[in-house]
Design a protein. Structure first.
Length: 133
């Protein structure tokens, strides 16, 4: 190692592009895995709601897909739709539990994170200059 460091000849510099591509692939796979895990977790929550809900009051209508944009990216999941016999309206308990806004593609978690980032970037910069007299 010392001989290599003291050698006056220029050493070949390894290229990082294959490493970068591999890392980018890894990050993409991790994000996809995280989205799949998030969807699976939400569907398990929906299953738990199904087993605990009062089926005399809430009649299962269907199970549909829904895609929500989160900080992980697009999370596609399947959730149950119920008809509330007491109030005569349709409800989506999973949406209420995890606070997915009705008729919105964006999760509240993404909205909050966006606001936090906008506050950080909107902080005023001080351009005051000290003048020595």
């Amino acid at each position: 190692i010392i001989a290599l460091l003291t050698n006056k000849e220029e050493l070949p510099v390894p290229t990082l592009s294959p490493i970068r591509e591999t890392f980018d692939d890894f990050v993409a796979k991790m994000k996809a895995s995280s989205r799949d895990d998030a969807a699976r977790c939400l569907e398990l929550t929906d299953d738990e709601i199904y087993f605990r809900i009062d089926h005399r009051r809430f009649r299962l209508v269907r199970k549909d897909g829904r895609t929500v944009l989160t900080t992980l990216g697009d999370v596609s999941l399947r959730r149950r739709h119920y008809f509330d016999e007491s109030f005569g309206s349709y409800v989506h308990p999973l949406g209420l539990v995890i606070e997915i806004p009705k008729y919105s593609r964006y999760s509240n978690e993404l909205r909050v994170r966006t606001l936090e980032l906008s506050e950080e970037t909107a902080k005023p910069y001080s351009f005051e200059r000290k003048i020595d007299v």
